[in-house]
Design a binder for this molecule. Structure first.
Ligand SMILES: Cc1cc2nc3c(=O)[nH]c(=O)nc-3n(C[C@H](O)[C@H](O)[C@H](O)COP(=O)(O)OP(=O)(O)OC[C@H]3O[C@@H](n4cnc5c(N)ncnc54)[C@H](O)[C@@H]3O)c2cc1C
Length: 335
């Protein structure tokens, strides 16, 4: 295990933003992880766990902490009745895991193709796309408890997964370092094509698992910018879940607004409203929203965390003034 000092974090994030970490270490096994924790303890520093850096906006001042980059690897498959339990290490690429399961014809996470980042971060915000969330297949999460330094298996229920939310974002869950996850996938034909983009793509055909993955990759490549060209952390805000009254008021103004039931409340795709209020394809210096997706905030080159902050605060203020909805961030601000 080699600890580096004063490492610029921007290249370790998809936003391409972030000052230096006081200390930085990559860990590829559990022994290294324990060693990294004791290093942080000795140097009296907080730790920050970094996966692919795809869902974070790191401060320009950087972090006076030990940044631990999770690079543990390993995927295994075990038959259980007519299902297969797949176990994957936290440092695996999420999309490599999806590819490996699709290659075996397993159903369950194909709709989550091409979501950037690591397996270990997937439960943190219960990643989701195209009508499917990690919570649909998650069985367990193995964690290292930072307080006891012991491994522990959390059931899916104990992870408290909700829409872009989990116990790992709460005070009581911050003590857990996700080391591996287990998901249960099906061999039986079970596509999930109810999402409009997918229905349109397939019409009446019965696609294979690999075809669904391919469709998702194509649809996403039209919606999201190429990470090689610009910086972004994907959708910046969560889709709001609003009261019926607020919805009815907005629906009078925008009768065509898509909406989905969420218990007693209603979930709306906030990109729809951002677009109606002129926030798609906005360019302000090096910062803006993507030309094809108003929810995707982009660093067009050289933007700072401060510039992104000021831009997104303007969006939040504008949407609150126009609709009364207070947008919640999906991207995590790290300072
Ligand atoms: C172009 C683009 C498209 C995206 N599309 C989607 C989408 O469709 N759906 C979706 O849900 N998300 C999407 N995202 C967001 C992002 O891909 C996910 O949040 C992903 O899970 C982040 O993974 P990461 O490894 O990069 O996590 P990071 O950004 O590195 O970390 C995110 C958080 O998880 C914590 N963390 C990381 N690893 C661990 C660990 N092992 N144990 C405990 N905590 C940990 C970090 O400390 C941090 O708080 C998109 C992002 C981009 C850039």
């Amino acid at each position: 295990m080699e600890v580096q000092k004063n490492v610029l974090l921007a290249p370790h994030t998809t936003f391409k933003i972030g000052g230096p970490a006081a200390f930085f270490v990559s860990v590829s096994n559990e022994a290294d992880l324990l060693e990294a924790l004791s290093y942080a303890h000795e140097h009296n520093r907080q730790i920050f766990l970094l996966g692919g850096g795809c869902n974070v906006l790191i401060s320009d001042q950087g972090l006076d902490a030990l940044v631990i980059k999770m690079e543990t690897k390993g995927i295994s498959f075990q038959h259980k009745g007519d299902c297969v339990e797949v176990t994957a290490a936290a440092g695996e690429s999420w999309d490599a895991l999806v590819a490996a399961t699709v290659e075996r014809g397993l159903w369950g996470i194909e709709n989550l193709s091409a979501i950037p980042g690591t397996v270990g971060a997937a439960p943190v915000q219960n990643i989701g796309a195209y009508g499917v969330e990690l919570s649909d297949t998650l069985c367990f999460v193995d964690v290292l408890d930072r307080e006891t330094l012991k491994m522990k298996r959390l059931s899916a229920g104990a992870c408290e997964l909700k829409y872009r939310e989990s116990v790992f974002q709460k005070k009581e869950g911050k003590r857990f370092i996700i080391v591996r996850i287990g998901i249960m996938l099906r061999e039986k034909y079970s596509p999930r094509l109810e999402y409009r983009d997918l229905k349109d793509y397939y019409n009446s055909k019965n696609p294979s698992c690999a075809e669904v993955r391919q469709a998702i990759i194509e649809i996403r490549s039209r919606k999201f910018p190429n990470l090689a060209d610009v910086g972004t952390a994907g959708c910046f805000f969560k889709n709001p879940i609003i009261e019926r009254d607020t919805f009815l008021r907005l629906a009078r103004q925008f009768p065509e607004m898509p909406h989905y039931p969420a218990g007693e409340k209603i979930k709306i795709p906030i990109a729809f409203l951002l677009e109606r209020f002129g926030w798609r394809g906005v360019l302000r210096g090096a910062v803006g929203t993507h030309r094809d997706h108003a929810l995707v905030v982009v660093n067009y080159g050289g933007a700072t965390c401060a510039l992104i902050e000021s831009f997104v605060c303007d969006i939040v203020r504008d949407i609150e003034e126009r609709t009364g909805i207070v947008l919640e961030r999906e991207v995590l601000m790290i300072s």
